[in-house]
Every structure is written in C-alpha cells, then in structure tokens.
Design a protein around this ligand. Sequence first.
Ligand code: SAM
Length: 308
Amino acid sequence: MSYDIIGDIAVIKKPMKLREEEYIKEIRNRYKFIKTILLQETDVLPPYRVPKYRVLYGEDKTETISIEYGLKFKVDVVRTYYSPRLSNERYRIAKEVKEEEVLVMFSGVNVYPIYISKFSNAKKIYSIEWNPFAVKYGLENLRLNKINNVITFLGDVRDIYLYIGNLEDRDAIINNNIDYINDIIYSNIEVNNIYYYEENELIKNIKYNKIKKIDFINKSIKLFDRIIMPLPKESHNFLEYAIPLIKSNGIIHLYQFFREEEIENNSYNLLDEYSKKLNFEYEILKILKVGDIAPGIYRVCIDFKVIK
Ligand SMILES: C[S@@+](CC[C@H](N)C(=O)[O-])C[C@H]1O[C@@H](n2cnc3c(N)ncnc32)[C@H](O)[C@@H]1O
C-alpha cells in the first residue's frame, strides 16, 4: 500500500491500488492516532512540487508536525513539499558536513538546513525557497528546533543566488522575518475539499523589491564549501547558478531521477556536459540511490567535487 504517515495525517499516494474504503480501514487499524486521511488527486505540480488532495476521512486539516531523528517539522502537506521518506538521506548529508558554510537550494520547509545545523559543525547555512508557505513553515521550524545558524531566503534561486554571494550583504537581508513572509502569502482557495492555490498569482505577489539590489560588478563574491540541490527533475538546469557560488574543491550534492541501468552513465554524461559548458572540472565522490519513485526509477544523489 502506498501512503505516507506525516504526523497525524495519512497521505495516500497515486496510483491507488485499493478502494478508498480499504485504505481507510487499513490506515485506521494500523495507526490509531491518525486524525485525517488525504487522497492524492494529481501528480506533484509545479512550481511548488505539491499535488492536489481530497480529504477522505476525518478532520478537515492539512497542518501537522512530523518528527524524524528527534527533529520537529511543522508542515502543511497540501501547500508545502515534504517527504518523510528522505530522512536517512538528510541525515547522511548532514554527517558529511564539516565546519563549513553551506547553501541549500530548494529548501522547502528547511529540512536539510535543520538536519545540518543539528548534526554537524556547520558555521552557517543559507537556504533558498520560492514557496512562501514553505518559507513560513521553514522559519517556524527553525524556532521549533532552536536553530540559530540558518538564514532563509524567499525567492527564485535564479534571482537570489548572487545576492547571497555578496560578502557584506549576505546576513543583512531581512528574510528571516515571519511577518514579512505572512504579508506576502496569497490567500489560498478551497473548493469542495480540493485544495489549491493560484500558482502564478502567488509568484507575482512575492515582493523582491524588499531585497536590496546590489551592484555586483567589482564586488567580491563569498563562496560556499557545499551546495545541496534537491530538485531532482531540474537541478542540472541550476548548475549555472551553483557553480559561481562554490569554492574550488567544494562539494555539490545534485539530485536526479534516473532509470537503474542508466545511473552511472547519465551521471558522468551530465557532469561532462555541464563541466564543459560552465568551465569547471569535477571529481565524482559518490553516486547513491536514495529511494525509488516508480518501478525501476530512482532518486539519485551525485556527490561531486568542483575544481575551478
Ligand atoms: C523536491 S522539493 C524539496 C524540498 C526540501 N528540500 C525537502 O527535501 O523537503 C523542491 C522545492 O524547491 C522549490 N523550488 C522549485 N523551483 C525553485 C526555484 N527556482 N527557486 C526556489 N525554490 C524552488 C519548490 O517550491 C519545492 O519546495
């Protein structure tokens, strides 16, 4: 049976293998604490990587707290991406981090940054996420876990990457302010228990003008020791923003979806292509399968060193 238990909410994934009543019975019998059962109605949708859901059973709620490795993550399963299945991978990455400055692109509700803060000696962690709901929960999660070395940026990686590369202004940007995030959250619409929001409207409402524009010509860019890129379908398209921000010998963790038999080849081909395009050399440290998403298709993490 394919479902996730996230706090006291059960989320049934597509495709459904059983009838709705059978799921309800099975979940209620096995997990007495479940208050709500949601049924996934669509695949994950861009831009925020969340599907649409319908309430199948119980309380009409979508917010819960998930606990992994003793860490608390408050999430809204309908409005923010969150997968409890990736906890071991997050822990693995956190244990690799030394006394470093780390950038987490596509940070969702700040799961990677919080793992890294708790389980490593990282100096500072910067996160970028463009879903205002995720950033709102991400900031709350920093407080819930008493984290004080994570700076969260709301916006598109492509717009923000150079701002945070700037030495003087990196910490000055006001994005750790919850009131500011609340200001820009566009009201979501709920129709017949199917939750959705107007994606384009939401993006339009992000006020980039709150972030001071910086003239980068002749400015020194501060570089990172490590960059995490957890956006499997598209992360390679963002290498052009990561490479300028990584130190020579810095490490990138790049997530992809690959068929089992193509994992090795695709990983090398991808890095061959982008290293030529973006003018860097690389050394692959590890290629790991970190979960399957469909029969024979895996979420893969390529850990590689960038030599500039
Ligand atoms: C697959 S989720 C991963 C979230 C989180 N790192 C985790 O593991 O739970 C990808 C996230 O990237 C965000 N995202 C996608 N494109 C983005 C962009 N161009 N700039 C900033 N965030 C983006 C989505 O909103 C989503 O929250």
